[in-house]
Design a binder for this molecule. Structure first.
Ligand code: TYC
Length: 113
């Protein structure tokens, strides 16, 4: 079979025969991803939450305001989706910044799907 006639994700077998074998993987396996959840409270200022979403989570001002408003109105919202290590680092940084200002802001991590 000509190379341009074989299905994507397949290759010729080792012996150079006409059989097709599945690629082990076309790309590296995707790591499991985790949501960082932001929780509402009555004391942390809206301004601080927007600032944290911009500086730690690299959101635009508009997106930061949208996420903060969603959390304020619904109790919880997604700040971002990351690998576990990155999620943990962002939660740690945000909690430390909140603690410095004596805000009770809470975040949590949950598997994404
Ligand atoms: N509810 C807070 C207020 O009215 C604002 C707020 C939004 C706090 C999101 C925490 O994760 C939060 N000042």
């Amino acid at each position: 079979m000509a190379d341009d006639k074989k299905p994507p994700g397949t290759r010729r077998d080792k012996e150079g025969g006409t059989g097709l074998v599945l690629e082990e993987r076309t790309r590296t396996k995707k790591p499991p991803m985790y949501k960082v959840l932001l929780h509402n409270d009555d004391y942390t200022t809206r301004e601080f939450v927007v600032w944290v979403l911009q500086t730690v989570f690299h959101k635009s001002e508009g997106d930061a305001i949208a996420v903060m408003s969603h959390v304020h109105n619904n109790g919880v919202g997604v700040a971002g989706i990351f690998t576990f290590e990155v999620a943990e680092t962002k939660v740690g940084k945000t909690m430390a910044l909140a603690k410095e200002q004596q805000y009770p802001l809470q975040l949590s991590i949950e598997p994404s799907e």
